[in-house]
Design a protein around this ligand. Sequence first.
Ligand code: HEC
Length: 203
Amino acid sequence: MLTDIKLLGGAAATLGLATAALVVLPYMQVRDVQALPGSRPYTEQELRGRAVYIANGCVYCHTQQPRARHQAPDTERGWGRASVPADYVYDSPHLLGTMRTGPDLFNIGVRQPSQDWHLGHLYQPRAFVAASNMPAYPYLFTLKPKAQEGDVVVNLPPAHQPDQQVVVARPEALDLVRYLQALKHDQPVLQDPPPSTKTSQAR
Ligand code: HEC
């Protein structure tokens, strides 16, 4: 009997500690976080694009969490400043990701604003980056003999242009590109001082 109580007590204490450290404390740290000035919620179209991003598993190869200078040279890679909790206020579920087979996309809207480029790259990444191992997403597009009114035609390099046909973006592709273009997190935040300032303070 006593062993049972000890065992149960130990299990409850372990679970309680884990819940406090992994659920309660983080919740208290971020519950009052406000969106950064200059940021805005996603539009309906961007949210549809976000759903396409999730459905197609982009998160398996792309992170959305540029790291601080002391952790990784992400800023030098052109991925933007380190992200802060306030950057994720409108993200549910967040798409932090863990794998970086491709570049971090948290600021792709800043570094690649062109709809044309995104559409072509989604249709065939290798048309733009010869050695890319990103999958092509041809089912986000329709091949037609001739464009009709209102069609968004994808401009591809001549070598990748299908014979006698035009590539037209489907609504899912356009939504996805709107979402990618909206990934801009360049609002200023207070950052850790760079290491050189720290050293001079210490002296
Ligand atoms: C198997 C891994 C993989 C998957 C899945 C994947 N990508 Fe990529 N992605 C890459 C790689 C590798 C690159 C770098 C080469 C290139 O630009 O094609 C890349 C590059 C990109 C770039 C250009 C980034 C830059 O800095 O120039 C964008 C935008 C992008 N991917 C969006 C997407 C979207 C949207 C999806 C989902 C529909 C997706 N990727 C799925 C691997 C992947």
